[in-house]
Each structure stands twice: as C-alpha cells, then as structure tokens.
Design a protein around this ligand. Structure first.
Ligand code: AMP
Length: 419
C-alpha cells in the first residue's frame, strides 16, 4: 500500500515524502480514506502508530483553500500538543494552511499573536483553549473538524467537563475524530454521545512493536530501588533510559540522586514549568541527559526515538499503563528493554500486569548488588488471564546487550505466549 492510493492531494503527498514516510501505517491506511469521506471515527491506537498524521492529513485536505479556523485538535498534555503541532506544520508545508498550538504553562502573548495572524488548524489543551475563548482571543464558530486525541487520558485526567464545554462552543454540524489508546466502556460512552455513526478503527496491539521488548523484573527492597537504579546505570550500557515513578515527588528525588551520582538526568512531571519540561525533553532527545525520570501523565505520548530502556522504578497501579510505558522503547523497528523494580508491596500490580499481557515476566538479579530482605515472586506463579492475549516477552537480548552481569532467576523464561 502506498500513500498515493489514499486519495490525498499532491501538496500533502509532497509533504509526506519530504517527511520520509514511505508507506502508510495501518492506522493511516484505514483512517485517511474514511476521514476524507467525511466520516466520524473512533480510532483505537497508541502513540507510535502514526495516528497523528492519520488525522492531520485528511483534516488539512478537507479544509484546504478556505481560510479560517476549521480544524481543532484537543489533546491532554502540552508535550502532545507540541508534537502534534510539529506534524501539522510539516504536513501543511505545501497547502498554504497555518497551524498553531496553544497550551498552558507559557505566556499568552505569542499564542494570541499567532491566533490574530490567522490559523487554519489549532492544536490545544483544554484549559488554555477555554481561557483564550473566555478572553475572546479565539473564535471557534467555524470549526468543521474536531479531533479528540488521547480521549482515555483526557477522561483519566478529569478533562472531560472542559472538553464538553469546548464542544458546546463548536458548530453542531461537524466531523469528529476520536482517538484513544484504549476503548474502555467510559471512552465508548463518550464516543456514543459525541459522534455520529462513527467508523471504528482498531490497530491491533500486536501490530505495535511491543513484541520486540525484552521484559524483566528485578525484585528489590523498596528502600534500595534508587541504589539499584544507580548501580544499573553505572555498570551497564544503558544509553537512553526513561524511568517511571509513581509520584512527582519521587521523580524529583530520583533525579536529585542521579545528579549526586554524576549521572546525567532530568525529571519531567506536571509540577515543573513548561520551560523546565521542554528543557528536560530536549536534553533527553539530544543526548545531554542520559536518563529522563517521568510520571505517567507527562510521559504518555512522548515521542523520543531510540529509548533503549524503560525502567519502572515503581510499577504502575493500572496494568494498562505498563503497556503504554514500555511502548516508549523499541520504536521504529528497534529492540528495547523494559526493567521493572518490584518491591514486596507491588506483587499485586505485577500479577495484574502479567494477567493483562498473558505472560510471566522473568525475574533477574544484578550480580554483586547487596540485596536486603525482599520478596521474590514464585517462579511458577500463574499468569492466566481471561481476556485476549496482547503480547509476550522476547527471547534473547539483555540489559545493555549482555546477560553476563545479570542472573536470571526462577528457571527458564516461559514460552512466548501466542498473539
Ligand atoms: P504518532 O503515533 O503519530 O505519534 O507517530 C509516531 C512516529 O511515527 C512519529 O515520529 C512519526 O513521524 C512517525 N510516522 C508516522 N507515520 C509514519 C509513516 N507512514 N512512516 C514512517 N514513520 C511514520
């Protein structure tokens, strides 16, 4: 399948080629023709599947040649807004349309100036968009296409009342495209009340690169997690590492500890200012920082290539978040590793994750580390799962490319689960 067959105009195809997209991804292949035909869409796709271009390209085409704010993309975080804006700017290079992004944490003036100059496609976080609207800085009366990106996250973050307020400001006659990493009953409920006869598109989770991720669990006393992290970073070749903590406070604490250990790292979470967040993200992207310590909400959707390792300093409470977290590595066909620290009080979370993914994640030790008392899960523990199989760990690979310094516990790795 090539982009040429999807019904896109020359200008957009030129932009797609300039972006080095050779073939459409599955979500693009499915969503672009439907969106071009004017259908409402419910799309189930995680970041990394190419979903942004799947809604930006048809939106640009359908609104081309008519000046005015015709496309509105609402997304939960500033980072996502900035990323979507980048794609919109690249895609609209030859269409004469203007994109802009508005989000909180930065001054109003540049955003207001951009809006006054005229914008055809606006990417926004809900709070800032409503602020700008109440100040009469943005006119939403001409919006024809509304994209709700990461709808599940907007629900989780309590943004839905704001999203409803935004929808009430838009013309009733419009096309709505809703994308979500999961199609939970809550998401389907809001989709049912917001969309008209939507086409449902699901990119099977097995089509994501997650099968290429080497997963392991490191049982450790909770108080030793930071030492274990430093030890792993010092002794092993972990190049570009995304560390997840459960709280903002802990993200800061870990980042400070890394600094004391002379490991180049930064923290990113919602209590940090926008410029601090951008600096941390840019530094991580350009290699200034080897380690980025993050909480789920901010890290979700961060598009950084070649993350070699995801380390779950704390396991997520929600098993689905585990899948989102580890999906940050092994992007674009590369392989990656996901390491999860496991304190005694997190065994239930591990059980939930293993049931969700339908596989037992093997336990490992770091050789020579002075482990204090800890709980090591039963190597025969059940990971039976009533629902469909999502993905399984991969054979081979290692922490930093070599198993020499780590010792696998609990016997052989369980067989790869069927997908
Ligand atoms: P997204 O899921 O929209 O965040 O996209 C993830 C990454 O895939 C981004 O870095 C895009 O530039 C890239 N991408 C999107 N579509 C394609 C494509 N058809 N071919 C190659 N890369 C793509």
């Amino acid at each position: 399948m090539s982009f040429d067959t999807l019904g896109l105009d020359r200008g957009l195809l030129k932009a797609v080629h300039a972006m080095d997209y050779e073939q459409p991804t599955p979500i693009q292949e499915q969503a672009i023709p439907l969106a071009l035909a004017g259908r409402d869409i419910v799309g189930c796709a995680q970041t990394g599947t190419g979903k942004t271009a799947a809604f930006i390209l048809p939106a640009l085409q359908r609104t081309q040649g008519r000046k005015g704010l015709h496309t509105l993309v609402v997304t939960p975080t500033r980072e996502l807004a900035a990323q979507i804006y980048d794609v919109a700017r690249d895609c609209s290079r030859h269409t004469g349309q203007k994109a802009a992004a508005v989000y909180g944490g930065v001054g109003y003036n540049p955003q207001v100036t951009a809006l006054r100059r005229g914008v055809d496609l606006l990417v926004a976080t809900p709070g800032r968009l409503l602020d700008l609207h109440s100040r009469h800085d943005v006119d939403l009366s001409q919006v024809e296409i509304l994209v709700l990106d990461e709808a599940d996250r907007m629900l989780d973050m309590g943004f839905w009342p704001d999203v409803r307020r935004i929808m009430a400001l838009l013309p009733k006659q419009r096309q709505t495209l809703l994308f979500s990493a999961t199609l939970s009953s809550d998401v389907m409920k809001v989709a049912g009340s917001t969309l008209t006869n939507p086409a449902r598109i699901e990119v099977a989770p097995s089509a994501t690169p997650i099968a290429a991720i080497e997963q392991s669990v490191f049982p450790v006393n909770g108080h030793q997690k930071t030492d274990l992290l430093v030890r792993l970073l010092e002794k092993h070749q972990l190049d570009r590492v995304l560390v997840f903590t459960r709280t903002k406070h802990r993200a800061d604490k870990v980042a400070r500890h890394l600094e004391r250990s002379r490991i180049r790292g930064a923290a990113i979470h919602s209590n940090r200012s926008q410029s601090q967040r951008q600096r941390a993200l840019d530094g991580f992207k350009n290699g200034t920082y080897r380690v980025l310590v993050a909480t789920d909400i901010v890290a979700r959707g961060i598009d950084v290539d070649s993350i070699s390792h995801v380390i779950n300093y704390d396991l997520p409470v929600n098993a689905q978040d585990y899948v989102h977290r580890i999906g940050r590595t092994a992007r674009a066909g590369a392989t990656g590793s996901a390491i999860s620290f496991l304190a005694a009080e997190e065994t239930q979370e591990l059980r939930d994750i293993e049931r969700l993914i339908g596989a037992r994640i093997p336990c490992e030790d770091v050789e020579g580390f002075a482990y204090q008392e800890r709980v090591v899960p039963d190597p025969e523990r059940s990971f039976e799962r009533p629902v469909r199989q999502v993905y399984a760990g991969r054979r081979g690979g290692s922490v930093g490319g070599s198993r020499n310094n780590t010792r696998r516990r609990g016997g052989p790795r369980p067989a790869r689960a069927a997908r």
